[in-house]
Design a protein around this ligand. Sequence first.
Ligand code: GDP
Ligand code: IMO
Ligand code: MG
Length: 431
Amino acid sequence: MTNVIVIGTQWGDEGKGKIVDWLSEKADLVVRFQGGHNAGHTLVIDGNVFKLSLLPSGIVRDNTVVLIGNGVVVDPFHLIREIKQLEEKNIKISPENLIISDAAFLILPIHQLVDEIREKNYGSKKLGTTGRGIGPAYEDKIGRRGLRICDFVNKDDFESKIKKIYDFHNIWLSAMSESKQNYEDVFHKIWSLGKKILPFTRPSWLIIDEYKNRFLNILFEGAQGTFLDIDHGTYPFVTSSNTVSSQAGIGSGAGPTLMNYTLGITKAYTTRVGSGPFPSEDHGENGIKLGKQGHEFGTVTGRQRRCGWFDTVLVKQAVALSSINGIAFTKLDVLDGFKDIKICIGYTLDGKIINYLPSSTLDQEKVKPVYEVMKGWEGSIVGIKKMDALPDEAKKYIKRIENLINCKIIMVSTSPERTDTIYLENPFSLV
Ligand code: GDP
Ligand code: IMO
Ligand code: MG
């Protein structure tokens, strides 16, 4: 039995979906452990594109069971929609291959409304959320007034809990001179979804324990990225969950000794969608070129992603924060055609060199990148599957990054397609 955690090492959209999809061939169970439908994970299999937001990427495989862990926030309307969309693509979904934790919290329509109104009121200081109600739903969880999937079992109890949540948020909406939302308008619709959802539900920890006792392989699929982590990210420009590897256990019901390997997914350059500090952002031609060649538009919101150079300070910090064992290096082909490639190797803060991202937002906004420049390569590396077939400059770039982040690169991805990857090691065979 080997259990592997996959997490993003930057600000999300590193290509986790593609790598999880490939790895899931060896996994018996694929588990989401945080976030919700703010995630957008893209899989390309023989030209067919699948975009998953809430369901774990293993769902597209015939023999893989997927689990939405207790740490995930579930919008019941979205859940039903995503299941339907996949069924339309001939993916079979039943309680045999999809399990949802009964302790996962629900995202309600009022959470989405509060998310939107808050962003509107922040104006130019907005966080740039996905507008899916993720933050307000997690706040209600921590505020101990949240509604969980297991609450679908008793109508009166469900009604009194949903009323309490709506009353709480309506006080703020009224104070902001915004229209209130009545729980009565949504209660029956949501309650009726319970019938569809309950057959899929089980305690998440019990499933994990069952797989452990049967010596089966578990793959934990992270969403977002290290610097969107509520504790370790560029707060407050973060999501409302922990995205680092330690969350895999908390968000599914297991302890750290169950985990054998953490794979970090790292883009060969850097992107970010939404507001917040981004030291190696390139506002010039190169940033535009990276965005164009990398098709850097958000999977969930369609927003243009901000682009910049590879930041070794960030990724080295991510390697430490999640005790990462190896890296999958993605989208290297996007650097095709760059004469020079810059790598951020450190920062200066008020004229002093520092080699980590400081905690203060003001300092994060102030740090200036220190770059070294490497020579780019000629021609296209799209679809290359063997290290030997890469141009020398690309090999040198990989080696240099490995040295700077102090972690081994065990896969290099050269196109969105499942099979277009240089696989040097498989984490499931390493332990
Ligand atoms: P995730 O959120 O980490 O799963 O990443 P997304 O799916 O949001 O964004 C990554 C995008 O890059 C998707 O459109 C993928 O199909 C695409 N992609 C993944 N790996 C590669 C690669 O190696 N090269 C190129 N050109 N695109 C890739
Ligand atoms: P995947 O799993 C990139 C960003 C949003 C915003 C911040 C807070 O596809 O990598 P939220 O709606 O979560 O409250 O928004 O987090 N964000 C992501 N950025 N990839 C994601 O997921 C993201 N999920 C949230 O853009 O800046
Ligand atoms: Mg994404």
